[in-house]
Design a protein around this ligand. Structure first.
Ligand SMILES: O=P(O)(O)OC[C@H]1O[C@H](OP(=O)(O)O)[C@H](O)[C@@H]1O
Length: 331
């Protein structure tokens, strides 16, 4: 059987996610939802079955890009579970509606989360960041809008140096920034009031999956008595972990770690490049979401409320229970 035709935009978005041209868990989710909308809007499918097949194929292509950020399957699931209708026109409209409602909610959630996270920051506080998280930056942005003077120690975040993005964005907010290499973090922890990071996925036991280096930072922060705050919208909650599944940690190419010529000079070695690590809940003080802040151990309650007892593949047909939950979700 022929593969359903994919819109070139879906291929481009998938490639951009894979190469990290588009990166950051929330940004990836937004791009994926928007790609599904394009696929729907420009589909030439003549039957409802063909249309559904196209949207599912687009979702699979997008899902196959990066394995760790759960916001990606959560975004695809959100849209696909709302795909509904007896005709191509009705199906198209439902995907467009769901995509745009998902993207609106994403924006609103980040704003609400930023407000809540900002309440934890006091005037004059100094914050240490790791990697680049739009959710974490939103907390600082809101604190600045509340008139608080915030300064930041920004970890470079090897190997891809997303800390540079954080440094630039914080500078644009007028936040004084000190950039450090990752290995200087412990030395600087005594000078900061909070560690503030984002998340790619949060497991049912409250473990936080985030950029490699987060767990070491959290352990050191705990030893120094510096609180660790994780800014994560609820699309970062990983529903499959409620039923025992583990989060797949992405291993990226060794060329991000060492240039081929340097490697050749060293000789026969193995290079490992895990993109994420897992911080146990005991090293996290608060998970800040758009629904409030939670101690990590209680996040499972929120997860159950939002996802029920578990989920299936994003392209699976909704169960009656999921179908019933839809209208209130979109309010
Ligand atoms: O959703 P927001 O808060 O923007 O980002 C969340 C997380 O996504 C990033 O991963 P990567 O740089 O895509 O590997 C970082 O690990 C960051 O903390």
């Amino acid at each position: 059987m022929d593969e359903p035709p994919l819109h070139p935009r879906v291929e481009t978005v998938a490639e951009d996610i894979e190469t990290m041209e588009t990166r950051g868990a929330a940004t990836i989710a937004d791009a994926a939802a928007s790609a599904l909308v394009t696929q729907a809007a420009e589909s030439r499918a003549e039957t409802p079955a063909a249309f559904r097949g196209e949207i599912r194929a687009a979702a699979r292509t997008l899902l196959d890009t990066r394995p760790t950020a759960v916001s990606l399957p959560n975004a695809l699931r959100y849209v696909l579970q709302r795909m509904d209708g007896e005709s191509v026109a009705a199906l198209r409209a439902s995907v467009e509606r769901a995509g745009s409602s998902f993207r609106d909610q994403l924006d609103r959630a980040q704003d609400d989360l930023g407000e809540i996270g900002a309440n934890r920051l006091r005037d004059g506080d100094r914050v240490m960041t790791h990697c680049h998280s739009t959710d974490a930056v939103a907390c600082i942005e809101h604190a600045v809008q509340q008139g608080k003077a915030i300064s930041a120690v920004v970890k470079e975040t090897r190997p891809r140096k997303q800390g540079h993005i954080t440094a630039r964005e914080l500078r644009e907010l007028g936040v004084p920034v000190t950039l450090i290499v990752d290995s200087a973090a412990r030395r600087s922890l005594g000078d900061v009031d909070h560690v503030l990071v984002g998340a790619d996925a949060i497991a049912a036991d409250g473990s936080v999956v985030n950029k490699i280096g987060t767990s070491g930072l959290a352990v050191n922060a705990r030893e120094r008595g510096t609180p660790v705050m994780v800014a994560a919208q609820t699309i970062k909650l990983h529903p499959d972990t409620m039923t025992g599944h583990t989060v797949d940690i992405e291993m990226r190419d060794e060329s991000e770690v060492i240039a081929p010529e340097d490697r050749a000079e060293i000789g026969e070695i193995t290079v490992e490049n895990p993109a994420f690590d897992v911080t146990p809940p005991r090293h996290v003080d608060a998970i800040v979401t758009e629904r409030g802040q939670f101690p990590p151990e209680s996040v499972v309650t929120l997860m159950r409320e939002l996802f029920g007892e578990g989920t299936r593949e994003p392209w699976a047909e909704p169960t009656t229970r999921e179908a019933e939950r839809r209208p209130e979700d979109e309010s």
